[in-house]
Write a new protein. Structure first.
Length: 320
């Protein structure tokens, strides 16, 4: 550390992921450059002993215990506000960082002063590519997504791209998102009005609005096991995810765009209900997931039509 300032501050949010958090931290401290890093773990009111494990096994990590679940943005902001590094990293607890991966991202930011944020190539536990970046949010991308056209035209989610070269993008996922301190000083931290989902996209929108580029950097690779916390409450998170998207549209786009999104969302829920209803009939093994999804879709449709506090959430709080 130069003058006591870490090269990198790593912010890890943990919620009932004790074993995953242990493996994530072990992969970090195995990196030769970790001596120059600040590692901050925020335990988001876990009930599985995660905080005690971090305190007992990783003394070099700074532990913050939240007395309640603040969500992704609120929890990470606790760490961001304590971070002292030149660069700051959001890192999911369900990741495994390969040696040199984070150093490569730091070096990329050092060499490209106009770039405010970067994300690595993410792969799943089997080594298969995980889509981790995309176009800036807006009504046109949502038309493709809500009508399920992204499955026919995958380029709208970069699905047809080989992901083997550095690219300027609209956003990179908060599962592993490194940001320059000067960019955070300009754009601010995460918007904790969003409890879960789309807070990383909203952050990237503000970073870009401040003039910073965001880049996908495949020379860095991180394993992401994916949705380990969200899967614990999948139905509720589907409802919250849609409300978070409404929040983003209400904050950044016109009222007409917000109402168009409501219409598209109602159509999407009908389409998804038909598809998952068919799966429930023909694939008995999917019935548990299908039942959770179908119940969530009904809630989303009802609240999208009748509950202003749901589709205009900036007038209130986004809660699960």
């Amino acid at each position: 550390m130069a003058d006591g300032v870490p090269e990198l501050s790593i912010c890890i949010l943990s919620w009932n992921t004790e074993a995953l958090t242990r493996d994530c931290l072990a992969s970090l401290f195995a990196d030769p450059r970790s001596a120059s890093w600040q590692v901050i773990v925020v335990d988001n009111d876990s009930a599985d002993g995660s905080a005690a494990m971090v305190a007992a096994e990783f003394g070099a990590a700074e532990l913050i215990c939240s007395p309640r679940n603040l969500g992704f943005a609120g929890g990470n902001n606790l760490a961001l506000n304590r971070a002292r590094g030149r660069y700051l990293l959001l890192l999911n607890s369900d990741t495994r960082v390969l040696p040199g991966a984070l150093g490569h991202l730091v070096d990329h930011l050092e060499a490209n002063p106009a770039v405010g944020a970067v994300g690595p190539r993410l792969v799943n536990g089997s080594g298969q590519l995980e889509l981790s970046c995309g176009r800036a949010p807006g009504l046109v991308p949502e038309i493709f997504h809500k009508l399920l056209l992204h499955r026919v035209f995958p380029f709208f989610r970069f699905g047809g791209w080989h992901h083997e070269e550095t690219r300027d993008v609209g956003w990179v996922t908060g599962a592993c998102l490194m940001v320059r301190r000067q960019a955070i000083d300009a754009a601010g931290v995460l918007d904790d009005g969003i409890f879960m989902c789309f807070e990383d996209l909203e952050w990237c929108m503000r970073l870009r609005a401040c003039g910073w580029h965001i880049e996908y950097v495949p020379g860095s690779q991180v394993v992401h096991l994916g949705k380990q916390s969200i899967s614990q409450r999948m139905g509720a998170m589907l409802v919250v995810s849609q409300q978070s998207l409404y929040y983003l549209f209400q904050k950044h786009f016109s009222r007409a765009h917000l109402h168009a999104l409501r219409l598209l969302t109602a159509v999407e829920m009908v389409l998804r209900s038909v598809l998952w209803g068919a799966l429930w009939i023909v694939r008995p093994g999917t019935r548990a997931e299908a039942g959770n999804r179908l119940a969530a879709y009904r809630v989303i449709i009802r609240r999208t039509i009748a509950d202003r506090s749901y589709w205009a959430p900036r007038d209130g709080a986004v809660v699960p």
